[in-house]
Design a protein around this ligand. Structure first.
Ligand SMILES: CC(C)(COP(=O)(O)OP(=O)(O)OC[C@H]1O[C@@H](n2cnc3c(N)ncnc32)[C@H](O)[C@@H]1OP(=O)(O)O)[C@@H](O)C(=O)NCCC(=O)NCCS
Length: 382
């Protein structure tokens, strides 16, 4: 006689949205943040990538350019009497552009894996994406490190360098759902502060190559009103030019209003933004920019965000110059920071070369996965 399968103790819920973190209905933001910290520590050995509760709340509050759907798998209660989040799913649906995309994130506490929670979440999100008429699914699986050369389970992406272990739980899961590995993204970390003379030397060398045609501007927080439309143009150009392999991404639509929304979101998340931009003096237009950002409740960590130089201005060492000048200002403002982390597609050789020249070292990465939604297969058993 076969033993009947144990009745699951977990259930899937659509958690309420809250406007404040101290509201009782904000339990899912706290629960998902705690879950993501635990998943990061278990799978990657650090929680640098885990969203904080405030990041999730602000993401839900701002639906101007992307809508979010959340699911929580809950099992029992926390010591505060709130539902205990053991798994979560997030579906991001861009609305200003890329309206074909459904971007999925699923994570389950290591203690609760292998019980069908991830599969149940994936199937529910798949149905939402179908209802929303999306046609392409994106997902990422983060890696602590790439497998060594010649490892038997190493998977190669459809385009570009980099390898991913096929045996990671996230890779087994995503491939079973029908997603393919398009490209690998590298995470790199720079240990800071760099000695002043090292940065000064990089700045001097790059400035000599860039010449007098460019003038640098650095600001903290929102862009000066006179530059905001040009910052939008740079963001658009970044989305158009970044080498993304075969990922079905279309260029993003940016205007000054969208820049202001992104700045407001960062401010609401308690993030400080440090931007250095290069003005092309003869035309009075911005030729490029780079952004660093940080949260004060993560005193050791700074994120290197977008860096872009317009095609007409490449080849003058502006990318290196912008980054080095922003780094120098960052050291002045934030001497206690210990690491700056950044992401680059392995297909983006020019940006990787700049980061390596500045001293960034590989620190894991992510598998960038994609499939037509019509090809995604339901995973739940029975
Ligand atoms: C990927 C991840 C979400 C899977 O969550 P999960 O709840 O363990 O998923 P499931 O239980 O549905 O499936 C996992 C395994 O359990 C098996 N399984 C599914 N239902 C089961 C059940 N009822 N009983 C026993 N095993 C089951 C699956 O076949 C699968 O087996 P395999 O990995 O050996 O091929 C989880 O490992 C995770 O959080 N990883 C880190 C984040 C990540 O990489 N996310 C994926 C990209 S969005």
């Amino acid at each position: 006689m076969s033993t009947p399968a144990a009745t699951p103790t977990w259930r899937l819920v659509e958690p309420p949205r809250a406007d404040r973190l101290d509201a009782p209905e904000a339990w899912a933001y706290h629960g998902v943040a705690a879950l993501e910290r635990a998943v990061g520590l278990a799978d990657l050995g650090h929680d640098d990538l885990a969203p904080r509760a405030v990041d999730l709340l602000v993401g839900d509050r701002h639906q101007e350019h992307a809508r979010t759907h959340r699911l929580a798998a809950v099992d029992g209660e926390t010591s505060h009497g709130a539902p205990r989040v053991v798994g979560h799913g997030e579906l991001v649906l861009p609305v200003s552009d890329n309206r074909h995309l459904a971007v999925v994130r699923i994570a389950v506490l290591p203690s609760h894996r292998g019980r069908g929670i991830g599969s149940a979440i994936a199937d529910r999100l798949r149905r939402v994406a179908l209802t929303e008429c999306r046609t392409t699914v994106f997902a990422e699986v983060e890696l602590a490190h790439e497998p060594p050369d010649g490892a038997p389970d190493a998977l190669a992406p459809r385009e570009g360098p980099g390898r991913v272990s096929a045996d990671l739980p996230g890779m087994r899961f995503a491939r079973r759902a029908g997603l393919g590995l398009e490209i690998v993204a590298r995470r790199s970390v720079l240990d800071v502060p760099l000695p002043d003379d090292v940065v000064d030397e990089v700045v001097a060398g790059a400035a000599a190559r860039a010449g007098d045609a460019y003038r640098l501007h650095t600001w903290q927080g929102p862009a000066p009103e006179s530059w905001v439309e040009q910052v939008a143009a740079l963001e658009h150009s970044l989305s158009e030019d970044e080498p993304n392999g075969g990922l079905a991404l279309e260029p993003e639509r940016w205007d000054g209003r969208r820049v202001r929304v992104e700045e407001a979101k960062r401010a609401e998340r308690g993030m400080t933004l440090l931007v250095t931009a290069a003005e092309h003096v003869p035309t009075g237009t911005l030729a490029g920019m780079t952004i660093l950002e940080w949260a004060d409740d993560r005193p050791e960590l700074t994120e290197q965000e977008s860096t872009v130089v317009l095609a007409a201005h490449r080849g003058h060492r502006l990318g290196l110059l912008l980054k080095a000048v922003n780094l120098r200002e960052h050291t002045r403002l934030r001497p206690a920071a210990r690491r700056i982390s950044t992401w680059n597609n392995e297909t983006n050789a020019p940006m990787l070369a700049i980061n390596v020249a500045l001293g960034f070292r590989p620190a894991g990465g992510s598998a960038e996965l994609q499939a037509p939604l019509a090809d995604v297969v339901p995973l739940s058993r029975g």
